[in-house]
Design a protein around this ligand. Structure first.
Ligand code: NAP
Length: 430
């Protein structure tokens, strides 16, 4: 029997488990520090994007196969170390994602009211680490920094009416706070131009259909239309949306302004964020932005920085600091230790990108592990955790938590999530 531990139960973890379990004679433990599975699907994907979240049914199918086991509420690093796992299992695959924000390195970034997207997204998605965030929504102006899909998620969630959350699983504390929000002017700041965005067409197109908010683009920021022909088809569609926002300004009470060629250089305010100082930029020949020295200010009591994520380093595990991910040779970190998904590639691509990634890492693992080295595997982990008084949450336990969340849902919503580890454990009688 071969024994594999996968650390992290998000998309990369379950796609790797799915590919590995087809090998038959193999026992796979999927370990997560939370008592609930699915990582980014549960706490990253926007609550009003239920069709994307539906992929968790596929991971459930994997979790329910005989050779895959969910080991929840076990923190690697404190309940068990990486060294202990590599001693117990033939292979350990780090599928820990990239849950930390890339730091926004400008003066004033530490003022209250400046929030990283990991925290903001975690807040509206009910991640226990961020349930108490209480972002300042008593402000008319908000700056959302970055031109990726996370910036779009954040702007859209801030702009929606309570009715527009029908059918979503946005958590009660976010629903309540957003319902009384004073936010009226949202600026999405991109340090480069419309042809350099990292936003996908479907997500951009949604902004045109918001009840009380309208997207606005300054026509002067758009390159000549003929240049769009040089873009790949997805980008061309995205830029077509921007052109349509520029051509059809609609008056609605909430505005979502795309500020292109706009680089935040400082955040100012009396003991909290009140305004963002933005420097206008131009693009160099290599399409990088550089400042022009001309600045303007945006009133913003809330600044959400959506400039990408990092994988948290683990002591003793080689790490690429510049890229914010583990250092690996195509997924091989050290003998017996692998990484997959955002922990391997960095935070890029869609949920689906993790499927081929998981398949490739599974292949490497199976090649390296051969028939297995007779390691202790599951029983060894169970004995170690029991000796420390750690009782893992099983997949059957999770299904009871899930049933309680479904039972608590508002009419038409899929679930009302528990937002603390204590409440999750209480739901299974602990
Ligand atoms: P992203 O796509 O990498 O975008 C990050 C943005 O931040 C870029 O526009 C980047 O601009 C900008 N940026 C970086 N450093 C900056 C700085 N110091 N100052 C100002 N701007 C800065 O990252 P993301 O939005 O976090 O998304 C992560 C991944 O998740 C992406 O693959 C995304 O597509 C995916 N995602 C998908 C969905 C969906 O499909 N619905 C939803 C959410 C996320 P430059 O280009 O100039 O570096």
């Amino acid at each position: 029997m071969r024994h594999v531990a996968i650390v992290g139960s998000g998309p990369a973890g379950y796609y790797t488990a799915e590919a590995l379990q087809k090998a038959g004679d193999i026992a796979i433990d999927v370990i997560d520090r939370l008592p609930v599975p699915y990582g980014l699907i549960r706490t990253g994907v926007a609550p009003d994007h239920q069709s994307i979240k539906a992929v968790s049914r596929r991971y459930e199918g994997v979790a329910l196969t005989d050779n895959v086991r969910f080991v929840g509420h076990v923190a690697v690093g404190s309940d068990v170390t990486i060294d202990e796992l590599t001693a117990l299992y033939d292979a350990v695959v780090l599928a820990t994602g990239a849950p930390n924000d890339r730091p926004l390195d400008i003066p004033g970034a530490d003022l209250p009211g400046v929030i990283g997207s990991a925290a903001f997204v975690g807040w509206y998605n009910g991640h226990p680490d961020f349930a108490a965030l209480n972002p300042p929504l008593d402000t008319a102006g908000v700056a959302v920094i970055g031109n990726g899909n996370v910036a779009l998620d954040v702007a859209r969630i801030l702009a929606k009416t309570p009715q527009e959350f029908a059918g979503s699983d946005i958590v009660a504390h976010a629903r309540a706070q957003l319902a009384t929000s004073a936010v009226r002017h949202i600026h999405i700041l991109g340090r480069r131009g419309p042809h350099q965005i990292a936003m996908t067409p479907k997500e951009l197109g949604e902004l045109a259909h918001l009840e009380r908010a309208s997207p606005r683009v300054d026509p002067a920021d758009l390159p000549p239309e003929g240049d769009d022909a040089l873009l790949e088809p997805g980008m061309r569609k995205s830029v077509t949306h921007l052109r349509s926002f520029a051509a059809n300004p609609v008056a609605k009470p909430v505005t979502i302004d795309f500020d292109f060629f706009a680089m935040p250089v400082a955040i100012e305010g009396e003991s909290k964020a009140q305004r963002v100082i933005v420097e206008r930029t131009r693009l160099n020949d290599d399409l990088r932005s550089h400042g022009t020295g001309e600045t303007y200010a945006i009133d913003a009591g809330l600044v959400v920085s959506c400039i990408g994520y990092q994988t948290p380093p683990i002591p003793g595990v080689p790490y690429e600091h510049g890229r914010g991910r583990f250092a690996s040779d195509e997924g091989r970190i050290l003998p017996g230790l692998y990484c997959v998904g955002w922990a391997r590639r960095g935070p890029s691509g869609t949920i689906g990108t993790n499927k081929p990634d998981g398949a490739r890492i599974a292949e490497l693992v199976l090649d390296d592990v051969g028939r297995g080295a007779g390691k202790a595997g599951r029983p060894g982990l169970d004995a170690l955790l029991a000796s420390r008084g750690v009782a893992p949450v099983t997949f059957a336990d999770w299904r009871r938590i899930e049933a309680a969340e479904v039972a608590a849902a508002l009419d038409g919503n899929p679930r009302e999530k528990f937002t603390s580890v204590e409440a999750m454990l209480e739901a299974i009688g602990r």
